[in-house]
Design a protein around this ligand. Structure first.
Ligand SMILES: NC(=O)c1ccc[n+]([C@@H]2O[C@H](COP(=O)([O-])OP(=O)(O)OC[C@H]3O[C@@H](n4cnc5c(N)ncnc54)[C@H](O)[C@@H]3O)[C@@H](O)[C@H]2O)c1
Length: 265
C-alpha cells in the first residue's frame, strides 16, 4: 500500500534506539527524507546508514537534547534547510527508571517531566511554527500504556504520558483547521530483538534493570496476544498515522499498540 510518504520531510526524535530506530527504518522504507534528533549521534548515525540502505530519500542526524529549546530550534532549522519543510514530527524520546513513587526524589521527578513532557512541548511548538503557515502536517507522540493503566513503579512517568495524550488531543482541536493531525501511540512493554538495536544511552542497554527474564515471560503470558511488543509493531502504527494519504481523517486519537494490554472503548 502506498502511504504517500515518499520525499516527505520527517523529524524523529530519539531515532537512535529501539522504538525510535524502528520508526526511522519504517519511514526509510517509504522513501521519506529523515532528520533524526538524538543526543547519541554515534548510534543515530548507524541507524541513518541502515535507513539509507533501505531506500530513504536522504537522512541527516542532528545532535539534539530535546529538553533544550534552542537545540530543538536548530534541529528543525536543519530539517527545513535540507528538505524545505517539515511534513511530519514524531516525538519519540522518553525516559524512565522503574521504582516505587515513595523512593523517588524531586530531582528524578523533574528529569522525568523534562524528558517526557517539556520536550514534547518544545518540539511540537517548533513544528507548529513551520506547519501552521503551510496548513498541513502530522504530529505523532509516543506515549505509553502506563498513561492509561496506572502502572506500579511508573507513577511520575505515567503522569507525564497522560499529559502527552491530553496535549495531543488539544493541539488536534486547535490546529485541525490548519490541516494538522495529532495522535498519540501507546506502546506496552516493547523490547529490542538484538543488542544492536539499542544505544549505550538506551533504557534497555541493561534490560534486566527494567524487568527480569521471569517478569518478561509473566508479562507476555498475561497479554491477550501472549507476546511482548517489538519495535516494528509500534513503528507500523506511527508510519500509518503519519500518512496524510491513508490516515488523513484520523486525529486526536490515542492508540494502544500493546498486544491487548489496554482496551479502551
Ligand atoms: N520500550 C518500551 O517498552 C516502551 C513502552 C512504553 C512507552 N515507550 C516509549 O517509547 C519511546 C521510545 O522508547 P525506547 O524504549 O525506544 O527508548 P530507548 O531508551 O531505547 O531510546 C531512547 C532514545 O532517545 C534518546 N534520548 C534520550 N534522551 C534524549 C534527549 N534528552 N534528547 C534527545 N535524545 C534523547 C536516546 O539517546 C535513545 O536513542 C519513549 O517515549 C518511551 O517512553 C517505550
Amino acid at each position: 500500500m502506498d502511504l504517500g510518504l515518499k520525499g516527505k520531510s520527517v523529524v524523529i526524535t530519539g531515532g537512535g534506539s529501539n522504538i525510535g530506530r524502528a520508526i526511522v527504518l519504517g519511514f526509510a522504507e517509504e522513501g521519506a527524507n529523515i532528520t533524526i534528533g538524538d543526543i547519541d549521534t554515534e548510534q543515530a548515525n548507524k541507524v541513518a546508514e541502515r535507513a539509507r540502505s533501505l531506500g530513504a530519500g536522504a537522512v541527516q542526524v542532528v545532535k539534539t537534547d530535546v529538553t533544550n529549546l534552542d537545540q530543538v530550534k536548530a534541529l528543525f532549522q536543519a530539517a527545513t534547510d535540507k528538505f524545505g519543510t517539515v511534513d511530519a514530527l514524531v516525538n519519540n524520546v522518553g525516559w524512565d527508571q522503574l521504582q516505587p513513587f515513595i523512593q523517588t526524589t524531586p530531582d528524578f521527578w523533574l528529569k522525568v517531566v523534562q524528558i517526557n513532557y517539556l520536550a514534547v512541548l518544545n518540539c511540537t511548538k517548533t513544528a507548529l511554527d513551520i506547519m501552521v503557515p503551510k496548513n498541513t502536517g502530522s504530529i505523532v507522540s509516543i506515549s505509553s500504556d502506563a498513561s492509561r493503566q496506572g502502572e506500579p513503579r511508573e507513577a511520575v512517568y505515567g503522569g507525564t504520558k497522560a499529559a502527552v495524550n491530553s496535549f495531543m488531543k488539544t493541539i488536534a482541536k486547535e490546529h485541525g483547521k490548519n490541516g494538522i493531525r495529532c495522535n498519540a501511540v501507546c506502546p506496552g512493554v516493547t523490547i529490542p530483538e538484538t543488542s544492536e538495536e539499542v544505544g549505550s544511552n538506551s533504557m534497555w542497554t541493561n534490560s534486566s534493570s527494567m524487568f527480569t527474564q521471569e517478569q518478561f515471560e509473566k508479562i507476555a503470558k498475561s497479554l491477550p496476544l501472549r507476546k511482548v511488543g517489538r519495535p516494528t509493531d509500534i513503528a507500523n502504527a506511527v508510519v500509518f498515522l503519519s500518512s496524510a494519504k491513508r490516515a488523513g481523517h484520523v486525529t486526536g486519537q490515542v492508540l494502544s499498540v500493546s498486544g491487548g494490554y489496554s482496551m479502551i472503548g
